[in-house]
Write a protein that binds this ligand. Structure first.
Ligand code: NAD
Length: 439
């Protein structure tokens, strides 16, 4: 059992803290957002993540998990402090480290006992050393027995608890092997491979992993676009490729492109880091460019089939960047909506969990109560996120409700033959065949 402090109670911090508590540790989760902490104290989750509310409640009741805004309280007994604050994109695509800096400075101010500081936030290579420097400088004459370990997080929103509890691997980087081993002990009961590297290598593993996954998606989207021109079906192409053990099927689903709180900012930050160090990240640039085009292609397709988008009513199903989360950061749906609105389209949309978040950032949009309200009077319907509840819609009802029965299935979710037989003009991504392309 260890005393752990987790700084930041977002998707990563809250899941990390809760899971460590569930593994029997004493955990204090800290956030500077008072409202968030107040809600957590009352058992109200600030985010939607399946299974989280129950696990938080269980561990709070067991006395292993508490929440605070007070650094001194959170760090008082902490042997290990995890930094899990946000690292959003800065103006030039670099990772904005202001929250990491602030967390490091406050640790330096508040701690007077030996401590291991663990960077769980995704941070540019070299940040571990930088955090150590910040803490040292900030102590000014009051030496502190501490060391920094990098422990990048690989969990996915929507299956975060399962991913944390059953990781493919845990990566730990440090200049201090003893500290890395001590952090490794926290994960030992998960019985997964634990890779111990130097600090910079661990930091790079995170960026390289995310960039590679984004590359796979951009790759299959490029193949999808070629499939459309040559009359092949990208889903079957991906199945055929995926059966090759060297390739695998994961992250080979064509669609509206990758989004979310990680891939966009991490690929950008890695490219920025590369340029800063004098290399030319041409593959990463292409990966990002393909992704931007993928959204534009969807809009061009609709414009071609409807002749114009001006004053057309477009229904959008799904706003979160993927199913089972309320996270809309860099969601493909949002960009498609902006592009459609720029061409004068009127948008009505629905998402099972992301309506509150969407209402804060989207303007001139009608937020609906269910998929059928979205279809009502629509000239076209776009599926942007493949939530389970969209899998088996009543398409007879939808056909009757829509002004024009045009469907753009941005996730290749629905049975195109059935929908076409029902009279819909159906477009998927990369599986339309030459004869079905809009003229
Ligand atoms: N979201 C994911 O799926 C995911 C997966 C792997 C890695 N990551 C990385 O983990 C980090 C956190 O991501 P997230 O999605 O959980 O972020 P988030 O935006 O959901 O949460 C960050 C939290 O940190 C708090 N915070 C900011 N500054 C603080 C400070 N100085 N002290 C205490 N709290 C502070 C904020 O109030 C917020 O609640 C990022 O670097 C991200 O790239 C995220």
């Amino acid at each position: 059992m260890s005393n752990i402090c987790v700084i930041g109670t977002g998707y990563v911090g809250l899941v990390t803290g809760t899971c460590f508590a569930d593994l029997g540790n004493q955990v204090v989760c800290l956030d500077v957002d008072q409202d968030r902490v107040e809600k957590l104290k009352q058992g109200v989750m600030p985010i939607y993540e399946p299974g989280l509310e129950e696990l938080v409640s269980l561990n709070v009741r067991a006395g292993r998990l508490t929440f605070t805004t007070s650094y001194s309280e959170a760090l008082k007994d902490a042997e290990v402090a995890f930094i899990a604050v946000g690292t959003p994109s800065g103006v030039d695509g670099e990772a904005d480290l202001q929250y990491v800096r602030s967390a490091a400075e406050t640790i330096a101010d508040e701690v007077d006992h030996p401590i291991i500081v663990v960077n769980k936030s995704t941070v540019p290579v070299g940040t571990g050393d930088w955090v150590a420097e910040i803490i040292q400088k900030h102590r000014s004459g009051r030496p502190l027995d501490f060391c920094v370990v990098s422990n990048p997080e690989f969990l996915r929103e929507g299956s975060a608890i399962n991913d944390f509890m059953n990781p493919d691997r845990v990566v730990l980087g440090s200049t201090n092997r003893g500290a890395a081993n001590q952090v490794a002990q926290l994960y030992i009961s998960l019985r997964c491979p634990i890779l111990i590297t130097d600090l910079r290598t661990a930091e790079m593993i995170k960026y390289a992993s995310n960039a590679f996954l984004a590359t796979r998606i951009s790759f299959i989207n490029e193949i999808a676009n070629i499939c459309e021109e040559v009359g092949a079906d990208v889903r079957e192409v991906a199945d055929g490729m995926g059966l090759d053990k060297r390739i695998g099927r994961a992250f080979l689903d064509a669609g509206l492109g990758w989004g979310g709180s990680c891939f966009p900012k991490d690929v950008k930050a890695l490219a920025h880091m590369a340029v800063l160090h004098g290399t030319h990240p041409q593959l990463l640039q292409a990966v990002m460019e393909i992704n931007r085009n993928q959204r534009r292609r969807a809009v061009v397709r609709l414009r071609r089939v409807l002749n114009t988008l001006s004053d057309k009513v477009i229904g959008v199903l799904g706003l979160s960047f993927k199913p089972n989360t309320d996270d809309i950061r860099d969601a493909p749906a949002l960009e498609v909506i902006h592009l459609l609105q720029n061409e004068g389209a009127r948008i009505q949309a629905y998402d099972p969990q992301a309506m509150e978040a969407a209402s804060k950032v989207l303007t001139r949009i009608r937020l609906c109560e269910n998929p059928y309200e979205v279809a009502d009077g629509a000239d076209a319907l776009i599926l942007a996120t493949e939530w389970n509840e969209f899998k088996n819609l009543d398409f007879t009802r939808i056909y009757e409700l829509m002004r024009h029965p045009v469907i753009l299935d941005g996730r290749n979710l629905w049975d195109r033959n059935r929908l076409r037989k029902m009279g819909f003009t159906y477009f998927g991504v990369g599986r339309n065949g030459i004869s079905n392309l809009p003229s």
